[in-house]
Design a protein around this ligand. Structure first.
Ligand code: HPA
Length: 280
């Protein structure tokens, strides 16, 4: 798929979704593995199955439901994506970012991108939430030789990071901050790969998110990235990793995750739309 057709396809998808949800969302939230339950917090919810959206693929990974749920959190109109697409499912980069182009077509101003990630930083706990303040592209799609370098800080403006920090503070949630490394998967990393990622400055590792963040920033959208650290990355503990643990940790932290996301939405809404500190 070329970029021109991504735009065209996003337009057609947006026409369909607009018709189905009837309201322009202000914020779109991509819910990562095991985090889909956040949609249950929406009032006046309207669900649109990916299967009905023109040009939309369907997710194949357990924990990715495959539907958009639009609704309100307090008074703020939001759109949640329950399930995303990964490179390892066979999608090209344009398909991975089709949802982001759709959100832009719908007129959202902010995209919150969440994921389940392996915790590379061994001073942190499994179940911690991390604000993404930088990223490393360890996909080696654009270069096989170079050691990846941490992204341009302009993608993560201080004002946006501060908004998330304040939301965490007011909710009494410890929010870690760090660098997310994108690995293509589908297998978990080897301990040697994790040591390399740590040496480059990575704090968390996952198989998604980077293309979405870069596309959203490129389209001029405000971007907030949150990782749920569902397991210690390979080699930190003397035990094998598995996807069930990822989903199980997502379920365990779902209340804290919802509280943080709701608090961020409250700050994005601002006092004029009745947002303010949420009570969830
Ligand atoms: N590695 C890559 N992706 C992940 C991990 C991990 O350890 N945990 C959740 N997603």
């Amino acid at each position: 798929m070329t970029e021109a057709t991504t735009g065209q396809q996003a337009q057609e998808a947006a026409t369909f979704v607009k018709d189905a949800i009837g309201e322009t969302p202000r914020v779109a939230i991509v819910l990562g593995s095991g985090l889909s339950d956040f949609s249950e917090n929406l009032t006046q919810a309207v669900t649109v199955s990916y299967a009905d959206i023109p040009h939309y693929p369907e997710p194949t990974v357990p924990g990715h439901v495959g539907e958009l749920v639009a609704g309100r959190v307090n008074s703020l109109p939001v759109l949640t994506a329950r399930g995303r697409f990964h490179h390892y499912e066979g999608h090209d980069l344009e398909t991975l970012v089709l949802p982001i182009h759709l959100f832009a077509e719908l007129g959202v101003s902010t995209v919150m991108i969440t994921n389940a990630a392996g915790c590379v930083n061994d001073r942190w706990e499994v179940g911690d939430l991390m604000l993404i303040t930088g990223h490393l592209d360890c996909s080696y799609l654009s270069s096989a030789d170079d050691s990846p370098v941490i992204s341009d800080p302009a993608i993560y403006p201080e004002a946006t990071l501060n908004l998330a920090r304040l939301a965490a503070q007011e909710s009494g949630i410890t929010l870690r901050e760090g660098v997310y490394a994108w690995n293509l998967g589908p297998t978990f990393e080897t301990p040697a790969e994790i040591r390399h990622i740590r040496s480059l400055g990575g704090d968390a590792v996952g198989m998604s998110t980077l293309p979405e963040i870069e596309a959203a920033a490129g389209l001029g959208l405000q971007v907030i990235g949150i990782s749920c650290l569902t397991n210690y990355a390979a080699g930190i503990l003397d035990q094998p990793l598995n996807h069930d643990e990822v989903l199980e940790t997502g379920r365990r932290v779902k209340t804290t995750f919802a509280k943080l996301v709701t608090a961020i939405l409250g700050r994005l809404a601002g006092p004029q739309s009745g947002g303010g500190p949420p009570d969830a």
